[in-house]
Design a protein around this ligand. Structure first.
Ligand SMILES: [Zn+2]
Ligand SMILES: [Zn+2]
Length: 93
């Protein structure tokens, strides 16, 4: 699982389900309305538990939700891979 960090927020990013990552609408000429032509969609998965009532931007390893990863409800035994920077742009050039 790969996540993207954008400022203080962490996103789970995946190809847009409406256009399957192409960024085009059904005709192939216009921009996909769901993603505005970007080709991806993202869900904000930033842990709100330790971001709200513990130190801001300092994921806490004792946090019951993210276990120090900063990602809400993270339960995998392996650390997440978090990429800093803009989301990937799929499909278009
Ligand atoms: Zn789309
Ligand atoms: Zn947390």
């Amino acid at each position: 699982m790969t996540y993207y960090r954008n400022g203080d927020w962490i996103y789970d990013v995946y190809p847009c389900p409406s256009c399957h990552g192409t960024g085009r609408d059904a005709s192939g000429y216009g921009d996909c309305r769901a993603c505005h032509g970007l080709g991806y969609a993202g869900t904000n998965v930033t842990c709100r538990v330790c971001n709200t009532w513990l130190l801001p931007n300092q994921p806490n390893t004792g946090c019951p939700s993210c276990h120090g990863t900063g990602i809400a409800n993270y339960h995998s035994p392996t650390p997440p891979s978090i990429i800093n920077g803009p989301f990937p742009r799929a499909g278009r050039r």
